[in-house]
Write a protein that binds this ligand. Structure first.
Ligand SMILES: [Zn+2]
Length: 83
């Protein structure tokens, strides 16, 4: 049986996965092309995680977000859900 993988994801991306809403990316993009590119990159990261469920709040300190790659204060641990 495949081992379950876990990913640390920042608060902002965790909310985006939960709500399937990535509109905040548009605020970070300078051009429509950059916005499209950012949406594609983040969606690819989420797809790479597979089917995930939020497991727990990440413990203390800074985390490196698996989805956006930014160092953020706090976040959530998402675990793959076996189907
Ligand atoms: Zn993030």
């Amino acid at each position: 049986m495949k081992h379950k993988e876990a990913f640390v994801v920042c608060d902002r991306c965790s909310a985006s996965i939960a709500n399937d809403d990535w509109t905040w990316l548009d605020m970070y993009a300078d051009t429509p092309e950059e916005s499209l590119e950012m949406h594609a990159r983040h969606t690819a990261s989420v797809e790479a995680m597979g089917i995930v469920g939020m497991a727990a709040k990440a413990e203390g300190g800074y985390i490196r977000c698996f989805v956006c790659g930014m160092d953020e204060m706090g976040g959530y641990v998402w675990e793959q859900v076996m189907t």
